[in-house]
Design a binder for this molecule. Structure first.
Ligand code: FMN
Length: 337
C-alpha cells in the first residue's frame, strides 16, 4: 500500500526520531496501531560509502509496511544514488529530511539548511524523484527563521516535482525545540497546498491528535515525543477518530514493556539493549507515583537482567488512574528534525 493510501485508513504517523525509532521500536509501535513509519535519518554519504552502521539503519521487517527510509545529505546526485539503494533494499517510499537543525548537518547545507536554498532543494527533489519509482515525501520545518517562513513556497516546489506529501514540524530551525509548534501556520500551509500535508509538533494526548487533525484540516499528523510517555497514543487517537471506545483503559505496562524488550533483544547487541531498556522504562514510568525513585534505581542497575526485573516490578504496581500530567515539563528538547 502506498503511504498516501495508508494515511487515509489511519492518519496517525510515528515521527522519525534518531536513536529511538529504530527497527525494534517501529515493530513495537506497529503493534500499538501506529500508521506509516519512517526510519530515523540515514546519511546519503554513509550509503555511498556502504558504511555498515548506516546500512543497518535501513533494516525493517514486513510488519512495518509501508515503511519509508529517511535520507539526509547535500548533494543531489549522492542523494539520488542513496535513494536507489534504499529502493533496491525494498522500502516503500523515500522521505527526505529538510528539518534537521543540528549544526553538524546544517553546516554542510543539509537538513533544514536546504530551506534557505530553494533552488538546491528543487534540484534534490528532481534528482531523487527521477532516480526511483517509489513515492518520495519530504519533512520540513516552517522555515529557517522567523523572517523566512517559506513552507508554502517549499510545498509548491514539492508539488511541481511530484512529491507525495509534505510533513511540517511547526517550528523554525532557529527555534530548535523551544516555544510551541505553530499549528495556525501549519493550517495556513494546508489551506494553500495542493499536496497532502502532515502536521507535526507537541501532540501529547490522543485527544490533541484528533483535535489537530480536525482543526488544521491536515491529511495526517506525526507524533514523536508524545508516544514515549504514552505508547498507547496512536491506538487511542485512532479509536477517537473513528468514534470507537478507547481500548487502553486498563493499561498493561508489564506486557507493553516486555513486548518492547523482546523486539530490542532481537535487534540490538547487549550494550545497546541496556541503553534502550533503561531509556524506555524511564520514559514509560513518567507521571506514575514512585517514578523518580524508579528512574534512580534504574540507572544504578549493572545488568540487563536487573533492569528487566526492576521494570517488571514497577510496572506491575502502576494503575492507569494515577498518572499525573507532566506536559509542562521540558522533555527531549533536541533532535534531528
Ligand atoms: C530525539 C529526537 C530525534 C529526532 N530525530 C529525527 C530524525 O531522525 N528525523 C526527523 O525528520 N526528525 C527527527 N526528530 C524530530 C521529530 O520527528 C519531530 O519533528 C519533533 O520531535 C516534533 O514532534 P513531537 O513534538 O511530536 O516530538 C527528532 C526528534 C527528537 C526529539
Amino acid at each position: 500500500m502506498s503511504p498516501t493510501d495508508a494515511i487515509k485508513l489511519n492518519p496517525f504517523i510515528l515521527a522519525p526520531m534518531a536513536g529511538i525509532t529504530d527497527h525494534a521500536f517501529r515493530s513495537f509501535m506497529k503493534k500499538l496501531e501506529t500508521s506509516v513509519v519512517v526510519t530515523e535519518l540515514v546519511s546519503a554519504n554513509g550509503i555511498e560509502y556502504k558504511s555498515e552502521r548506516t546500512m543497518k539503519l535501513m533494516s525493517y521487517d514486513e510488519s512495518q509496511r509501508p515503511i519509508g527510509v529517511q535520507l539526509f545529505g547535500e548533494e543531489p546526485e549522492i542523494l539520488a544514488r542513496a535513494a536507489q539503494v534504499a529502493e533496491s533494499e525494498g522500502c516503500d517510499f523515500i522521505d527526505l529530511n529538510f528539518g534537521c537543525p543540528v549544526p553538524k548537518v546544517v553546516k554542510k547545507g543539509a537538513g533544514s539548511a536546504m530551506l534557505k536554498d530553494p533552488v538546491r532543494l528543487q534540484q534534490v527533489l528532481a534528482a531523487v524523484k527521477g532516480a526511483v519509482k517509489i513515492p518520495v515525501t519530504i519533512k520540513i520545518r516552517t522555515g529557517w527563521d522567523a523572517n523566512s517562513r517559506n513552507a508554502v513556497e517549499i510545498t509548491n516546489i514539492a508539488y511541481n516535482e511530484g512529491i507525495s506529501w509534505v510533513a511540517i514540524h511547526g517550528r523554525t530551525r532557529a527555534q530548535g525545540y523551544s516555544g510551541t509548534a505553530d499549528w495556525n501556520f501549519i493550517s495556513e500551509v494546508k489551506s494553500k497546498s495542493k499536496l497532502p500535508i502532515i502536521g507535526n509538533g507537541d501532540i501529547i494526548t490522543p485527544q490533541q491528535a484528533v483535535f489537530r487533525m480536525k482543526e488544521s484540516g491536515c491529511d495526517g499528523v506525526m507524533i514523536g515525543r508524545g508516544c514515549l510517555k504514552n505508547p498507547f497514543i496512536f491506538m487511542d487517537a485512532l479509536s477517537l477518530w473513528k468514534n470507537e471506545p478507547i481500548k487502553s483503559m486498563n493499561r498493561d505496562y508489564v506486557s507493553i514493556f516486555n513486548n518492547l524488550k523482546s523486539e530490542i533483544v532481537s535487534h540490538c547487541d547487549e550494550h545497546i539493549t541496556g541503553i534502550q531498556l533503561r531509556k524506555f522504562a524511564a520514559w514509560f514510568s513518567t507521571g506514575y507515583s514512585g517514578a523518580a525513585q524508579f528512574r534512580k534505581n534504574l540507572f544504578q542497575t549493572k545488568s540487563n537482567e536487573e533492569i528487566i526485573l526492576l521494570a517488571n516490578e514497577f510496572f506491575a504496581n502502576i494503575s492507569n488512574i494515577e498518572q499525573e500530567d507532566t506536559s509542562q515539563e521540558d522533555f527531549l528538547m533536541g533532535g534531528h528534525g
